[in-house]
Design a protein around this ligand. Structure first.
Ligand code: FE2
Length: 301
């Protein structure tokens, strides 16, 4: 497939500064807005990429878009032709947008559920290492990208087919969830998909979400870093959405918290990687986690 990884996340914010304390003080990202940003866009760095999150001034607080990295112009052309063959509209970025994103070329499109995306190649980087204001040693990125994102997909079949059949994502595993004990409640599907050796870079959940995103996951080096992140969350008064636990599918030890964007951020470590997907067996898991991950805490006041 042409798409190699989740490269960046764009967020809309009614107050740009609302993300600064969360991104830097809790997640431990480096604010590089002085070097890259302006009055309307702030940038946060995780690794040798110039940024992995940008936050843009908007009239809403939600996810703006996901940026998917391809290897080169041929890879991006492959995405463009797949969209063209499928009859999906897309727009090539103009010079101003390409310069703003700090890439060589990009195109923008919307998936059938209305989630916005960009595909690009050729990040412009000075390869400065992360200087985390909270001493986070580093994030697990590289060929695994910045982490994963779980997006709402109420029109599930159409959206899942878009990512598998048109963009070439592979199915990693799936869940079928009910929110009540009522056996007559229709199940909501949650599919996890990969585009590299990270167990999943994308999740699709068969529900709508006002913030246009269920959660974004970033991975730190070890469980101690996860625990320190949770300490910072408590100190900052950021609400917990899901307690510490280990997922059954990607083995991530993580907790979930409410970001200023109206969606959760999962902060984890020890995520599973699959070196040879041809030998991998897709499965349906009936539990989200081996232990922990009590999401009822997010519903409490
Ligand atoms: Fe996750």
């Amino acid at each position: 497939m042409a798409i190699q990884s989740l490269g960046y996340i764009g967020v809309n914010a009614t107050q740009l500064d609302s993300w600064k304390g969360f991104a830097c003080g809790v997640m431990g990202l480096e604010d590089v807005s002085d070097a890259l940003g302006d009055d309307s866009t702030h940038y946060y760095k995780m690794d040798y990429h110039p940024y992995r999150f940008f936050v843009q001034a908007a009239e809403t607080d939600n996810l703006a878009l996901c940026g998917w990295e391809t290897n080169n112009q041929a890879g991006l052309d492959e995405v463009a032709s797949a969209l063209t063959v499928a009859g999906v509209a897309f727009t090539w970025g103009d010079d101003a947008l390409i310069a703003k994103r700090r890439v060589q070329n990009l195109l923008s499109f919307t998936d059938p559920a209305g989630n916005h995306h960009e595909a690009y190649w050729g990040v412009v980087s000075d390869f400065k290492v992360l200087n985390s204001p909270e001493g986070v040693s580093g994030f697990v990125t590289g060929d695994q990208g910045l982490g994963h994102v779980v997006l709402p997909a109420p029109n599930f079949d159409e959206t899942a087919r878009f990512f598998t059949d048109i963009l070439g994502f592979g199915l990693s595993d799936l869940m079928k969830l009910r929110f009540t004990p009522d056996p007559d409640e229709p199940v909501k599907r949650l599919w996890f998909m990969h585009c590299n050796r990270r167990h999943h870079s994308l999740g699709l959940f068969e529900v709508p979400h006002p913030a246009g995103c269920i959660h974004v996951m970033t991975e730190v080096a070890n469980v101690d870093e996860v625990g320190r992140g949770n300490d910072r969350r408590i100190a900052a008064g950021v609400k917990l959405s899901g307690t510490l636990g280990r997922h059954a599918n990607d083995h991530m030890v993580s907790f979930y918290m409410q970001s200023p964007g109206g969606f959760d951020v999962e902060y984890g470590a020890e995520g599973l990687t699959i070196e040879d997907w041809t030998k991998y067996e897709v499965f349906e898991s009936t539990v989200p986690s081996f232990w922990g991950h009590d999401f009822s805490v997010g519903q409490q006041d």
